[in-house]
Design a protein around this ligand. Sequence first.
Ligand code: DGJ
Length: 736
Amino acid sequence: MKSLLTTFCLAVATVAAGQLHISTPGLSLLLDAEKGSPLEYVYFGPKLSEADIPSVFASEAHTPAYPAYGVGGSPAYGQSYALAARHADGSLATDLRVESSAQTKAADGSVTTRVRMRDTLYPFFVDVCYLTHPDCDVVETWTEISHSEPSAVTLTEYPSLYLPVRRGNVWLSHISGAWGNEGSLNTELLKPGVKSIRNRDGIRNSQAAQAELMLSLDGKPDERSGRTIGAALCYSGNFDLSVNTDLSDRHKLIMGIDPANSAYSLATGETFATPVAAISWSDRGTSGVSRNFHRWGRRHRLSHPDEPRPVLLNSWEGIYFDVNEPVVEKMMQDIADMGGELFVLDDGWFGSKYPRDNDRQGLGDWVVDPRKLPDGIGGLVDSARDKGLRFGLWIEPEMVNSYSELYEAHPDWIIKAPGREPVYGRGGTQLVLDLGNPEVQQHVFDVFDNILTQYPGISYIKWDANMNLKDHGSQYLDADSQSHLLIEWHRGFEKVLKRIRAKYPDVAVQACASGGGRANWGILPYFDEFWVSDNTDPLQRVYMQWGTSYFFPAMTMAQHISASPCHATHRATPIKYRVDVAMSGRLGIELQPSQMTPYEREFCGKAIEVYKEIRPTVQLGDQYRLHSPYDGDGVAALMYVDEPRDHAVFFWYKTEDFHNHHYPRVTMDGLDPDKMYRVTELNAIDAKPLACEGKVFSGRYLMDNGLEMPYRHYPADTDLMSDYSSRVLRLDAINQ
Ligand code: DGJ
């Protein structure tokens, strides 16, 4: 007989006391939380029927027992554990038993489950928590650790998620990269041993690897089919995502803050809450899991989730540091003429004693450079408004150059190892401010606040971060707390972001970090979008955007049309390919418009007009990844479908060019099989329309057969022929 321990704050369907069913319409997680026993993992997968649950508990629990949150030093849990702690008396052994559990249902249907465990010897408590999101099949989980031991307990490992996954032909998909090559998709079979994906940058956490992964349970990952688990650590700092494949028949997925150099001394009475990890399940492959995360992000996590993002021109690749008023004025006029909605002035606008003419100086001195902008930022904001544009500004408030008035005044604010010289970053002079220090938190808040107070007409901030943490040392923390550096830095960062959001709820903020260094769900509650990469080469972007879309919806992904040849790769590409690739996310332009040919300007102007029509579908619809560029077939295709399945946009890109090669025909997805859709090609350049142009097809036909995409363009002007081709089709249901 199970003891009666579960407390119901509101009625939540369960099976027997202590047996917890955590569920959404598409998934179930079963835990055995019998009082006095270890908390046991029983099941995670597709939604179970009430009829099956008792049998699943009876047959899966204790055969053998797998912990729901393994603990180091506890004999039952062998080699793969989550939590490790050194208790006040020096013991490294922790052994937890369930003390209580409770499930609380909120008005929106979400359910919070909290299981409290206590050590068998010490007053040391671990609460494992789960929050369901029934509208997107995502469960958030986190852990709260506390104690009343006589002195501090040192937490040496403290992950957010611990999930046993049945071994078999299980494949891992994860995203890695480097500067200019963010968002690369990797897939690999899980083998015995530990597969660990780590970030130790300190500041930016998604350039070399992202804090999310998927596990495909039915062999090699497929975008459209197969049972798939997705997991995202919602944190902006160092992380460790590990899959431990030990001698048991379950992989252990363990995700949390990277504990290296970060032992946390937990004071008596203090509670340490881990970041949230979000998990999801789909039997519709990796693309199915992505759609769950996109919905979860848009409904529960993202800043301004319902507001379509504006089409913008960013000044960086157009003028770099050569900011000057007439040039900027002209750029604003040009983007306004092309139908753009926002102009963003990037780096180079500030600095007085140390003008920001290059990346060696000026960071920290957020005053306008009057040589470059005699009428100041205010003049530009007014002028943008007169042109019908919104205005955005670049800042990098967490950083400082040693050549700056800020550094001269506050050398004690920088991160620096005790007794050592600081190690410099970008430009040989950049340093990171210590956000663990409340004075620095105030400074960073003030940078944002002063700009917005002075120029209330600013509606968008590009927040950059171009340096990793090169020293391990806080001049603010005492000697015993140096291992808290990274945790306190990110706590400080979040405190500042919360204050900014409370005061400026309407300002849009882009997360940029040397390109895509800050694509993570830890900061996106405070940001509207992120810059995918400094590499704007459309061919490479097809791959980068594909990988990045595994966990992030299109509206968060800033994708800009840039000059040809691309400044990063020097590859020359036609304007159509550049536009078509950028249009599959949040469209922008990043070049000097005065250097565009008349044809390019006209093409972009028309594309912006069309983009505004398809924007609700692209930015707020569901994404279906159809044919992966990583499959090496020379083709990539994806589409977006709005919720009523009345409108869809299909993107097709050729990624390799071979004459008379037989590229695969791509079938569509996500449409209503019984609706009829009219096909319109967008951004068309061929002399003759496509054979399918204007025709009407059933959703069923399009999903069963797709449409033939000619792999070359035959424009009337043969100068426009190239080895690139791409197609964008709009599908509109008729008689909606
Ligand atoms: C790095 C960013 O990724 C670029 O877009 C640009 O803002 C530069 N920093 C400016 O220094």
